[in-house]
Design a protein around this ligand. Structure first.
Ligand SMILES: [Zn+2]
Length: 144
């Protein structure tokens, strides 16, 4: 049996130490390394790189969603400003409306009601109608 204190290589070969330090594959670079069973990355640089990429993906998804909601809201605001309460789906899509992003949904009577912040509308395959602002004044502050 190798002596424990003759060098790091021998320590790593000692069966008990080897058991505590499992063979792992780095989730970032794919390199095989030895470490605690819960360790995911071979080094701090790989851990940082992975966290950065995950943060960027989340930011990009969030930004795309918020942009689509903002665009929908502007379209609905424009319709409300011109007193339009209904519009065909073709025209809506031509304006750039994205029917897949909403801030809320509920089944109301026999229609599907969708919300884009404080504006609601009913949707059928051919049109949206009943475009309405839910609240005239939003409580934008806890202390008005
Ligand atoms: Zn790595």
């Amino acid at each position: 049996m190798p002596h424990l204190w003759t060098g790091l290589g021998l320590i790593m070969d000692y069966p008990l130490i080897r058991k505590l330090n499992s063979e792992m594959t780095c989730l970032e670079c794919g390199k095989v390394f030895y470490g605690r069973p819960d360790k995911k990355f071979c080094c701090q640089q790989c851990k940082n790189r992975s966290n950065h990429r995950r943060g960027s993906l989340m930011y990009n998804r969030h930004f795309a969603l918020m942009s689509a909601l903002d665009a929908n809201y502007k379209i609905l605001e424009g319709l409300l400003a011109s007193n339009a309460t209904a519009i065909s789906m073709d025209e809506l899509k031509r304006l750039g409306f994205n029917t897949f992003v909403v801030t809320g949904h509920r089944r109301a009577d026999h229609h599907e009601q969708y919300f884009c912040y404080d504006v609601s509308y009913f949707q059928t395959p051919g049109k949206i109608f009943g475009i309405t602002r839910q609240h005239r004044e939003l409580p934008l502050s806890e202390n008005p």
